[in-house]
Design a protein around this ligand. Structure first.
Ligand SMILES: Nc1nc2c(ncn2[C@@H]2O[C@H](COP(=O)(O)OP(=O)(O)OP(=O)(O)O)[C@@H](O)[C@H]2O)c(=O)[nH]1
Ligand SMILES: [Mg+2]
Length: 276
């Protein structure tokens, strides 16, 4: 093969680490009825990491969030919108958005992908610490964690705290995962790891989508790190949390845990606090 041909067919590779200003990073923000929250969150992301790209994934929000996002995209070319229909839950919106990102951005353009809620619970100001964890610790997946030292939850009623804590304890034990916050939705993925774990179909929809992806990344042998975040209950709009979401998580995690034990994988001895 000639030198020129090998040059042409070379697959572009992702940078080894994300830049502090967000170059090479794309933030995916799923929205459903987040009209009041979206403009503020987009502005804060772009202020914090000015070289970042941001993709809003809207499932035809009745409150007009999709059109509002189009307006933000028209004013700032760092912002794009994926109008995703029909609404099939958060998991489907993320999976289709990830596929869209991979198809529209080569690896040397976007090597790192963030997932983040639009409701203000995830503070964009925590992004630099998450990027630094990937840069300095060589993480493939950085979990924004409420349950490591320095992390916390603000303004949740006791029953939401209890639900989240129990879901984490159950998921960690059932799946033998060495991380403290496996249900959180504020994360940074190395593109290669995300591509690898979404190559097989992902059918989990609600909260358990987060558990599903973290489990896949950890079992595939990628490096997972946790960085403390302050999670704040949304100020505006309604939560999409429901009994169905909890039931889905419970049965799916139980099935995965049983299947994992039947395959007789040795228990990991990693330090739960750091994921190392
Ligand atoms: N595109 C899309 N976004 C969704 C869907 N469901 C939820 N979202 C968005 O996903 C993010 C998380 O949803 P929330 O309603 O905050 O649910 P949650 O964070 O799991 O629950 P809370 O802790 O009560 O806030 C928000 O930005 C929602 O607008 C969906 O079906 N499609
Ligand atoms: Mg929320």
């Amino acid at each position: 093969m000639s030198a020129q041909r090998s040059q042409e067919t070379r697959v572009p590779s992702a940078p080894a680490a994300p830049a502090a200003d967000g170059r090479g990073v794309l933030v995916v923000v799923p929205t459903y009825d987040e009209r009041e929250n979206l403009p503020g969150i987009v502005a804060r992301v772009l202020d914090t990491v000015p070289a970042v790209r941001l993709l809003v994934v809207d499932d035809g929000s009745p409150d007009g969030t999709g059109e509002l996002a189009d307006g933000l995209a028209a004013r700032d070319d760092r912002v794009t919108v994926l109008h995703h229909r029909p609404k099939r839950g958060l998991g489907a919106a993320y999976v289709d958005a990830f596929a869209h990102v991979m198809a529209t951005h080569p690896a040397d353009d976007v090597g790192w992908i963030v997932q983040m809620d639009a409701d203000g619970s995830h503070a964009p100001e925590d992004l630099p610490a998450m990027l630094a964890a990937a840069r300095d610790d060589g993480a493939d997946l950085v979990l924004g964690s409420r349950y490591v030292p320095g992390g916390r939850v603000v303004n949740w009623p006791w029953y939401r705290n209890a639900l989240s804590r129990s879901a984490n304890v159950y998921s960690r034990r059932a799946l033998r995962l060495p991380v403290r916050d496996v249900t959180g939705g504020f994360r940074l993925f190395r593109r290669e790891a995300l591509e690898a774990v979404t190559a097989s179909p992902v059918s989990s929809q609600g909260y358990c989508f987060q558990v599903d992806l973290a489990f896949r990344v950890q079992r595939a042998g990628y490096a997972v790190r946790e960085v403390p975040i302050v999670f704040t209950e949304r100020c505006a709009g309604a939560s999409k949390m429901s009994g169905a979401v909890v039931r889905e998580a419970l049965w799916r995690v139980t099935v995965w845990g049983v299947r994992d034990r039947l395959t007789r994988r040795p228990r990991t001895h990693d330090d739960p606090a750091t994921g190392r």
